[in-house]
Design a protein around this ligand. Structure first.
Ligand code: ZN
Ligand code: ZN
Ligand code: ZN
Length: 111
């Protein structure tokens, strides 16, 4: 599977009470290290990243969120869950993905 682009930047602001969400494509992934194993701690994001149209959006790609985001056991052990809001703020190429995803879903909807 495609790993995060190395120049992705996390928001890192003080998390609030909002739970981070993930889309169908990123469901079950650790937002920090891309691992699919041992989800441990629920991801909390900052108020800004849950504001208005961002609410309920995938924190990796901005797509429609379908499940809660988790940090894996390893990232919790390394205290990477304490680094602040893990929403990716420079979507860049992820936006292109989203565009293609929309087209795909549109096609599916038409039968
Ligand atoms: Zn992890
Ligand atoms: Zn944030
Ligand atoms: Zn996503």
């Amino acid at each position: 599977m495609a790993r995060h682009h190395p120049d992705l930047i996390f928001c890192r602001k003080q998390p609030g009470i909002a739970i981070g969400r993930l889309c169908e494509k990123h469901d079950g992934i650790c937002v920090i290290c891309d691992s699919y194993v041992r989800p441990a701690d629920m991801v909390r994001i900052c108020d800004e990243c849950n504001y208005g149209s961002f609410q309920g959006r995938c924190i990796i790609c901005g797509g429609a969120g379908i499940s809660d985001a988790y940090y894996c056991k390893e990232c919790v052990t390394l205290e990477k869950d304490r680094d602040g809001c893990p929403k990716i703020v420079n979507l860049g190429s992820a936006k292109t993905d989203l565009f293609y995803e929309r087209k795909k879903f549109g096609f599916k909807a038409q039968g």
